[in-house]
Design a protein around this ligand. Structure first.
Ligand code: GLY
Length: 353
């Protein structure tokens, strides 16, 4: 994919966005789209910021912001593109399964204007867990539903139960299982034919409306081939994402266990509350991650052997993102949706032992 969406893509997606802003086209909207104040009276620079797999998400979210959509509706409609894409094996439909070959999805979201939160964990059979998290936020007195209960809840609202494994994700799991133990009865698959790393992809998206309203969402299939029932950071409010409408929002992708220990979404927002710019806040959270990393996860040079990223926006529409090592993230800052360089702590990945 190119680093920025072409003008033609932009016009096409904007046209699609216009069609999608009828209230009925956003499933379970927080509120119908409404006209924006004149540009001179905007309280914030509208922006949408996401992990690198979210180039289409930030375009979609930004289009919706400019058509007066609610901030949470905008980010959910954005990340749904990835959830429904069978070629993104880190999220939703086509996400890599757990050790038993079952896809278990996690998602959470927060809505700044109403101060509400919703989440689902280990959800099976539903392609768009971000939408289910939004339903928990919108329609219940609870925040977090898991497993069978979360699925039952989704089905009650009309979601369809579907097989979330694609040909690719099933094959990746079968190869992983075959190579797990050289002494078992599954013949090993040559290294060149199977995944050597266990991906922890995810999508986080944060957005600020022209009125300065903020939201965040994070959705994932979690660590590939995880122990069944494992829930990562993504559905944990304060870890996978966090929003405070007075300050801003932040979210994370990468090794969930390392984020959970620092409550990274919350911590990043707290750093912004104390006056840090979004990028500096993300870097500060990463330093805390390193501080709390167990020796078994560090290379000989003391650097973490995993990847983890943080993304942040403040209430004015400033934004930034950072990682342990160089990489990219997606943002729409009002001019175009494009990939940008992450700030980072270390030039090079950890040296192996
Ligand atoms: N950050 C995604 C996960 O670890 O599940």
């Amino acid at each position: 994919m190119s680093d920025s969406l072409s003008r033609r893509d932009f016009l096409t997606s904007t046209a699609a966005g216009v069609a999608a802003t009828g209230a009925l086209d956003i499933a379970f909207p927080m509120r119908p789209p409404r006209p924006l104040p004149p540009q001179g009276r905007w309280a914030a620079k509208p922006v949408a910021v996401s992990s690198a797999n979210g180039l289409r998400a930030v375009q979609k979210a930004f289009d919706l912001l400019l058509q007066g959509a609610d901030t949470l509706d905008a980010v959910i409609e954005g990340v749904k593109i990835q959830e429904l894409d069978p070629n993104d094996d880190s999220v939703g439909y086509g996400g890599l399964p757990n050790a038993d070959g079952v896809v278990q999805l996690d998602a959470s979201c927060m809505h700044g204007p109403t101060k509400r939160a919703g989440a689902v964990g280990a959800l099976e059979g539903i392609k768009t867990p971000s939408e289910v998290a939004k339903l928990v936020l919108k329609y219940t007195n609870h925040i977090f539903l898991v497993g069978e209960g979360a699925k039952h809840f989704a089905l009650q609202y009309g979601f369809k139960e579907e097989d979330l494994l694609t040909e690719h994700s099933r094959e990746a799991w079968l190869h992983w299982r075959a190579n797990l133990n050289p002494d078992d009865d599954y013949l090993d698959v040559p290294e060149t034919e199977h995944l050597s790393a266990r991906p922890t992809g995810t999508i986080n998206c944060n957005a600020v409306t022209p009125q300065g309203d903020v939201s965040s969402v994070t959705t994932t299939s979690g660590l590939a081939f995880k122990i069944p029932g494992r829930v990562g950071d993504s559905p944990l409010i304060g870890a996978g994402q966090y929003t405070d409408n007075d300050v801003g929002a932040a979210g994370s992708t990468g090794r969930g266990e390392s984020n959970i220990k620092v409550c990274g979404g919350f911590l990043t927002v707290e750093f912004m509350r104390r006056g840090m710019k979004p990028t500096d806040a993300c870097l500060e959270t990463l330093k805390r991650v390193v501080q709390l990393t167990e020796p078994r996860l560090l290379g000989r040079d003391g650097r973490p052997k995993f990847s983890i990223n943080f993304y942040a926006v403040n209430k004015r529409g400033d934004f930034g993102a950072a990682s342990l090592y160089p990489g990219r993230y997606a943002a729409h800052d009002g001019s175009e949706a494009k990939l940008r360089d992450l700030a980072y702590l270390y030039e090079r990945p950890a040296a192996s032992r």
